[in-house]
Design a protein around this ligand. Structure first.
Ligand SMILES: [Zn+2]
Length: 301
């Protein structure tokens, strides 16, 4: 049986800032702090209970441990109440980091024009699909034929839940890039059309699987319409890579900002809690010193 069972008192204050930051202090502002009378009840309950036959040496050690734990509270409280304290220092650093992230966030939210160059309204022809166990698709644009088929995993035949992967087996989107495309846009447009052709094929497959009619009157221009937000190319379904990247970056920075704010309020909370406990800790230290004095007096009898 441990002689001194409430060694936790000192331990709870040695938590690192990271551990503290994980506590969501904004969601549960009262979770970390108890009213003083409740705290006293808990502290008294966790005060060391010595065996009735504990030796004088054991009793002295127990008192010393209680005294050290209280002294730790007092030291932390005094540190937290002093003008130059580690919590305020960390709060200042976090505030600076927060300002940087907020600047970056404002910048990331700015819409910059996406790459764009017009494409001719060349019709997408020979649109055709076959469906048995797998789906096969075909269409041609400006003489370039594209073919796609689902890759059946024969081992899982009949048991597959998700649709098999749709694979492009024919066609080169690079051939659709207009002659007059500015040099710096040739490669981005080739990539865009490569992706947009896949989106078109995937949409065709959805129509086939739903027994809906295949897209009619589609043109090459429909694979690269300008984005209403940034003016850059959108794919056949209207998705814009430039806007998606901007939103992704902004979201990441927003999360970072929230994380820093949470960390900062946890630091402030910790500082406040420690400073607030100082008075109580000093009271209890006086009580303990009286108790020790009485105990020592009783030994002399
Ligand atoms: Zn856009």
């Amino acid at each position: 049986m441990p002689l001194f069972s409430s060694g936790e008192q000192g331990k709870e204050h040695t938590s690192t800032p990271q551990e503290t930051a994980n506590t969501d202090s904004r969601d549960q502002p009262t979770a970390r702090k108890l009213p003083p009378h409740m705290q006293r009840i808990i502290d008294e309950r966790s005060a060391p209970r010595l065996r009735p036959d504990a030796s004088v040496e054991e009793q002295r050690n127990a008192y010393e441990r209680r005294r050290m734990a209280l002294q730790f509270d007092i030291d932390q409280g005094e540190l937290a109440s002093s003008p130059e304290n580690p919590w305020s220092h960390r709060i200042q650093l976090l505030t600076e980091a927060l300002a940087d992230v907020e600047n970056e966030l404002r910048e990331a939210e700015q819409v910059v024009p996406g790459p764009w160059h017009p494409l001719p309204a060349t019709p997408i022809r020979d649109i055709d699909a076959e469906k048995d166990e797998a789906v096969r698709l075909r269409f041609s644009i400006d003489g370039e034929t594209f073919e796609f088929e689902e890759l059946l995993d024969w081992a899982e035949r009949g048991t597959q839940v998700a649709r098999p992967e749709l694979v492009q087996t024919r066609g080169d989107a690079a051939k659709l890039v207009p002659e007059d495309t500015p040099n710096d846009l040739v490669e981005p447009l080739r990539q865009h059309l490569g992706d947009s052709v896949v989106t078109f094929a995937t949409d065709m497959r959805d129509h086939v699987l739903d027994n809906d009619p295949l897209p009619q009157d589609a043109t090459l221009a429909d694979l690269a319409k300008p984005c209403p937000t940034c003016g850059g190319w959108t794919d056949w379904k209207g998705a814009c890579d430039t806007c998606a990247a901007r939103k992704g970056r902004a979201h990441q920075l927003f999360q970072e900002r929230n994380h820093l704010m949470k960390e900062r309020s946890a630091e402030a909370e910790e500082r406040h809690r420690l400073a607030e406990r100082l008075t109580l800790a000093r009271h209890r230290m006086r009580d303990l010193e009286n108790e020790i004095a009485q105990w020592e007096a009783s030994l002399k009898k």
